[in-house]
Design a protein around this ligand. Structure first.
Ligand SMILES: Cc1cc2nc3c(=O)[nH]c(=O)nc-3n(C[C@H](O)[C@H](O)[C@H](O)COP(=O)(O)OP(=O)(O)OC[C@H]3O[C@@H](n4cnc5c(N)ncnc54)[C@H](O)[C@@H]3O)c2cc1C
Length: 394
């Protein structure tokens, strides 16, 4: 059996950052991960280019039962800190809308940077080591893997969430937390978009592939971004963002014409003349043609004469276009979710060190904690910040 100051479970973004920081401080560190290669989900992140942070990060960009918990770590490791690290390794990057930063070439550059820096600082990173259990020992914690045992004064759990099981996600982090008596908040797949009810699926048949800029509102949270109709529901950035804030039974409202106020939309129609076919064709100025066709089919009378269309009926039609309401059957699920919302209850952890109050020396960092970021590089900023806070405290 080998002894270390710190045994880190998981070589994803959080685990690697923690190992790098602790090793630089002279700690002996081993990182254990069952995947063949280090990096966790980094390689598939941001469409392969890793949206590694966001220019503007605040605790408001995260969902947690305690909205204040992330503030301490986020303020001590900022996007500028990670950008400086990326630049010092000569990694070219670019900014997309809403302050999102991506590698120009590949997410592999971020993995290489973290792995190389951690190894240079003295950390050992061992892949193909499946963690089976962790128990208290005289020295601290004893970890059993399918490749032997490891002992650490501290145990850092950075095993991520439940999404993308084909990329190595397991519930081991939650199991360890429960074993040490820590509470877990309810966990659900998030940043995954919506699935239609059977009724909506029938009424929206043939919409798959339509994409447009839209505003989506659920639970009082409003996002404007690209919306994509799939054969089964809604995807695209706006649906992913909204799914993070959605709970079963919540309505979702969509404005398909966000560029015009309700009055402007009413005026747009009032200034038109023609029958249903003519109006449908003109509506292609407002929304994609197929959406216009289906909305006209569903909500306009066959005998439409726009010049004589009662104002109250026009108002109802405009409301459908700008405040279309649906009740999702659910979100898409862990197979496609970018994150797991919920996790180790932050009330159990120190916001300064990520250490469990009930189990000295046991730390939880990254996605396994009940801190879930919006789409846009926030989840990695949390992985870096929580990993740094922990690495500094070991
Ligand atoms: C498709 C996709 C794209 C994404 N894109 C972005 C993006 O661009 N920007 C962003 O900010 N966020 C993105 N995310 C979210 C982000 O990837 C996660 O929030 C982040 O990876 C969490 O880091 P982590 O280190 O906590 O966990 P992970 O990266 O999940 O790492 C956990 C590690 O633990 C290991 N592990 C699990 N169980 C065991 C076990 N029993 N034994 C040994 N090892 C184990 C896993 O193999 C894995 O390597 C994306 C997620 C997905 C799924």
């Amino acid at each position: 059996m080998r002894n270390f100051d710190a045994v880190v479970l998981g070589s994803g973004g959080a685990g690697l950052m923690c190992a790098l920081v602790a090793a630089k401080r002279g700690k002996t560190v081993v990182v254990l991960d069952h995947a063949a290669k280090p990096g966790g989900k980094l390689i598939i992140s941001g469409g392969g280019r890793c949206n590694f942070t966001n220019r503007e990060v605040s605790s408001e960009n995260f969902v947690s039962e305690n909205e204040h918990f992330a503030k301490s770590a986020l303020s001590r490791y900022t996007p500028e800190d990670f950008i400086a690290l990326v630049e010092s390794h000569g990694i070219a990057y670019h900014e997309r809308k809403h302050g999102q930063l991506f590698c120009d070439a590949s997410a592999q550059q971020i993995i290489d940077m973290l792995v190389k820096s951690a190894r240079e600082a003295g950390a050992e990173i061992l892949q193909k080591h499946k963690v089976l259990s962790a128990v208290r020992s005289v020295e601290g914690y004893l970890v059993a893997t399918d490749q032997g045992e490891f002992s650490g004064k501290s145990l850092i759990v950075a095993t991520g969430g439940l999404s993308f099981p084909k990329f190595g996600a397991t519930p081991i982090g939650y199991d360890i937390a429960k074993q040490f008596g820590l509470k877990i908040t309810p966990r659900v797949p998030a940043l995954d978009g919506f699935v239609f009810s059977a009724e909506d699926r029938a009424r929206l048949e043939g919409f798959s592939g339509i994409a447009l800029d839209a505003v989506m509102t659920t639970n009082g949270v409003v996002f404007q971004e690209n919306l994509l109709f799939t054969h089964a529901g809604f995807s695209g950035p706006v649906a992913l963002q909204a799914s993070l804030h959605w709970n079963p039974g919540d309505e979702v409202r969509i404005n398909f014409v966000p560029g015009l106020s309700r009055e402007e939309l009413m005026e747009w129609f009032s200034s038109r003349k023609g029958n249903k076919l003519e109006i449908k064709n003109q509506m292609a100025e407002l929304v994609p043609k197929r959406l216009a066709e289906r909305f006209c089919e569903l909500y306009l009378p066959e005998t439409l004469d726009m010049g004589n269309f009662p104002k109250v009926q026009l108002a109802a039609f405009c409301e459908k276009l700008q405040d279309w309401c649906f009740l999702p059957h659910g979100t898409v699920g862990y197979g496609k979710a970018e994150v797991t919302r919920g996790g180790v209850d932050t009330a159990e952890l120190s916001s300064k060190t990520m250490e469990a109050k009930k189990a000295p020396g046991l730390h939880f960092i990254g996605e396994v904690v009940d801190v879930t970021g919006w789409l846009g590089g926030f989840n990695y900023q949390w992985a870096w910040a929580s990993g740094k806070a922990c690495g500094e405290a070991l």
